[in-house]
Design a protein around this ligand. Structure first.
Ligand code: SAM
Length: 254
């Protein structure tokens, strides 16, 4: 692994909402680094990520509707989603810190709401039961690490209109990661990526605090199915950079 990537991986290993504000305000960083990714994890991939999101969320393919992006960040994703939404006459709401939102160029069809979701009661009340699509892409693991996971998810589900879709994208699932690195494909990937002949170390029964695993993923599915929603785990498309260790959840209000 090259030194720049190693440095980025260690400084972006554990980030809070407050840390993201500092990254967003740092003029020395690239747009990908400001959202906590080494450049090589995102550069050139964002159109494919947006295409994957749109394919998974039918309301994003439709004319009109209300789309809320929680934790939109400031790289190309919000810009691409804003352009797509403008073409289809969608009303967009972008939620993130003021520092992140200040970096997002978007037209008048995009309303920017600064703050930490769901600690924004007026917004939650205004859009209760009205959103045709809600997206939290590469956000949930930061909520899981130090925030109220089910407070966040209950509030996000509460925004959905009948037929509305909530995409919880890009979840690093440590169980999926272990399965991958225990496989022949994963061992070959590790050796090539790390430039080593040593296989990866995989500890099948380790309890890893603050990391999403299969138990968390299936717990989320069960909680929202029991609350009357449909809920699914979906793989990431073949063009996505982290597809071998991340996956998406889709929650749909019938
Ligand atoms: C890894 S970045 C992902 C950005 C964007 N969704 C993307 O995939 O390009 C995580 C973002 O979520 C934001 N975030 C984390 N927790 C949040 C919360 N509770 N409410 C709003 N934004 C949050 C951070 O400020 C950061 O911009």
């Amino acid at each position: 692994m090259d030194e720049k990537l190693k440095h980025d991986m260690s400084r972006f290993a554990k980030l809070t909402y407050e840390d993201f504000k500092r990254l967003a305000a740092d003029d020395s960083l690239t747009p990908y680094q400001r959202i906590g990714f080494p450049d090589s994890y995102r550069e050139g991939f964002e159109p494919a990520i947006v295409a994957d999101m749109i394919a998974k969320v039918p309301p994003l393919q439709a004319q009109g509707g209300v789309m809320i992006d929680i934790g939109c960040g400031c790289s190309d994703l919000p810009r691409l989603l804003a352009a797509h939404g403008e073409r289809l006459g969608q009303q967009l709401v972008f939620i993130d810190s003021a520092e992140m939102l200040d970096r997002v160029q978007a037209g008048p069809h995009v309303r920017k709401v600064p703050g930490k979701f769901p600690a924004m009661p007026a917004l939650v009340e205004e859009f209760r039961g009205r959103a045709t699509a809600v997206i939290a892409y590469s956000v949930l693991h930061y909520v899981f690490e130090g925030e109220d996971l089910f407070g966040f998810l209950d509030a996000a589900c509460g925004l959905l209109a009948p037929g509305g879709h909530l995409l919880l994208g890009d979840l690093p699932n440590v169980s999926k990661r272990r399965r991958f690195f225990a496989s022949e494909t994963g061992v070959a990937f590790h050796k090539a990526f790390m430039k080593t002949e040593q296989p990866p170390v995989v500890e099948p029964y380790a309890l890893e605090p603050a990391r999403i695993d299969d138990g968390v993923v299936f717990g989320i599915l069960m909680r929202y199915r029991a609350a009357g929603f449909d809920a699914y785990v979906l793989p990431q498309g073949p063009a996505l950079p982290l597809r071998n260790r991340r996956e998406d959840l889709l929650i749909v209000r019938p």
